[in-house]
Design a protein around this ligand. Structure first.
Ligand SMILES: CCCC/C=C/CC(=O)SCCNC(=O)CCNC(=O)[C@H](O)C(C)(C)COP(=O)(O)OP(=O)(O)OC[C@H]1O[C@@H](n2cnc3c(N)ncnc32)[C@H](O)[C@@H]1OP(=O)(O)O
Length: 388
């Protein structure tokens, strides 16, 4: 007795009833059995605290993906809000394999269970054990949650797993007791942008479906940046390409090493701007400077990006980490509610607009991904004929 109604509801289509994504994804844990999955479903019912709708949507989507595979039902009408939210979240998982979805579900439930057991026992400000993601290292210390992109051998290119994990990490950071959230990269790159192997399936039929799923994924991904409630800071540790540059326009501060470059080669790739950059860049810089980046693919040095307002401050590479983290730790001592409310006041003025821009950019890109220009560019990279 005593289980909350949302946790005991068995049919996920009747009610959004499963918990969020927190991934203890050690390599061992990557192989969740059917039994683990069933245990996790039972564990959900034992949770005392409602994890919130976002989490329940994630759990619902992972459950559906794990049991039925990619979203296969017609899109609900716009006025059927709950069904549409569920459908959107499931669709956003794209072609995530059933086994990975099952594992993510198990890991998420496990993290929810352990966090509910330990709630109230963690001292404020005490370091928490980092959860294990596959493509990220996420730590929380000194009032700062640090999300580090962790595919250094691939220049931190963002594969589908990484998009999902960043969304999950942002979701978790928005709710933890940290005051500032940082995104940075491991290794010599901040990120080389979208992992072009995300497009390899494009060659294997069902191209329209893949483009559609990618557009949904991208829209949800960028939406997380638009809605993120706490100060979000980029610590740009090296060159940045594509989506890792465009999303900077949605951060609250961008600190960069002088070794970094900023490159949005969309025309070269037969693509078009995303991350709300078609709106933020002309406003941050000027329309013509934005044109040079977004249409002509001009690569900016860190100092040029700073002069254009995209970067807040540039530091010498030799002292970059020390200087930036010292500063961030000081900022993290500021009153958290004041920082959050100030961000809300600033962001609320254009949140709706940003979501509309995001939707438009994704729909344009969905078409672009099907173009010969885009497919040829991706094939040239993958067949080692071209590099940026
Ligand atoms: C679903 C949502 C879609 C959102 C869309 C977003 C749009 C964008 O983000 S557009 C930008 C896409 N990015 C690129 O076009 C970059 C492609 N990469 C390169 O041109 C080069 O790798 C580099 C200039 C970034 C680095 O060159 P460098 O010579 O220093 O290193 P490499 O030997 O090329 O790279 C090491 C290793 O990493 C792999 N890799 C790097 N970047 C990517 C990438 N973006 N996608 C896939 N793989 C990448 C590279 O192939 C190498 O792998 P191997 O060691 O296995 O050969």
């Amino acid at each position: 007795h005593g289980s909350p109604a949302w946790a005991t509801e068995r049919d996920p289509l009747q009610v959004i009833n499963f918990p969020v994504v927190q991934l203890h994804m050690s390599l061992m844990a990557m192989r969740a059995s059917q039994k683990d999955f069933e245990n996790a479903m039972n564990q959900v019912k034992l949770l005392k605290k409602d994890p919130g709708n976002e989490v329940k949507l994630k759990l619902y989507a992972l459950y559906k993906q794990a049991t039925e595979g990619p979203c296969n039902t017609p899109k609900p009408g716009v006025f059927d809000l709950i069904s549409k939210a569920k459908w959107d979240t499931w669709s956003a998982l794209g072609s995530l394999p059933k086994e990975t979805a099952r594992q993510n579900y198990v890991d998420l439930v496990s993290s929810l269970s352990s966090s509910s057991k330990s709630s109230g026992q963690v001292e404020p400000g005490a370091d928490r054990k980092p959860p294990g993601y596959e493509t990220l290292v996420v730590t929380s210390e000194d009032g700062i949650t640090k999300i580090m992109l962790n595919r250094p051998t691939k220049k931190n290119a963002m594969n589908r797993q990484m998009y999902h994990e960043i969304m999950l990490a942002l979701e978790a950071a928005s709710k933890d007791d940290s005051r500032i959230t940082v995104i940075t990269g491991n290794g010599d790159y901040y990120s080389s942008g979208n992992d072009l192997t995300n497009f390899t399936d494009m060659a294997s039929g069902k191209v329209e479906e893949l483009a559609k799923n990618s557009a949904i994924l991208l829209r949800n991904f960028v939406g997380c940046f638009i809605d993120f409630p706490k100060p979000l800071v980029a610590v740009v540790n090296g060159p940045a390409v594509g989506i890792s540059v465009t999303t900077l326009g949605l951060f609250d501060a961008v600190y960069s090493t002088d070794r970094a470059t900023f490159h949005t080669p969309f025309s070269h790739l037969g693509q078009s701007p995303e991350g709300c950059s078609s709106y933020t860049f002309p406003r941050i810089m000027s329309p013509s400077k934005a044109t040079e980046m977004l249409i002509f693919g001009k690569k900016l040095t860190a100092r040029e990006a700073c002069a254009q307002g995209l970067v807040t401050e540039v530091f010498p590479d030799s002292t970059f980490q020390k200087e930036v983290w010292t500063r961030l730790k000081a900022y993290a001592k500021l009153p958290p509610n004041a920082m959050r409310i100030s961000k809300e006041v600033i962001r609320n003025k254009e949140k709706e607009k940003l979501h509309a821009i995001n939707a438009e950019e994704c729909s344009v890109l969905q078409e672009r991904w099907l173009s010969d220009e885009c497919m040829n560019a991706v094939m040239n990279f993958l067949s080692r004929k071209a590099k940026l």
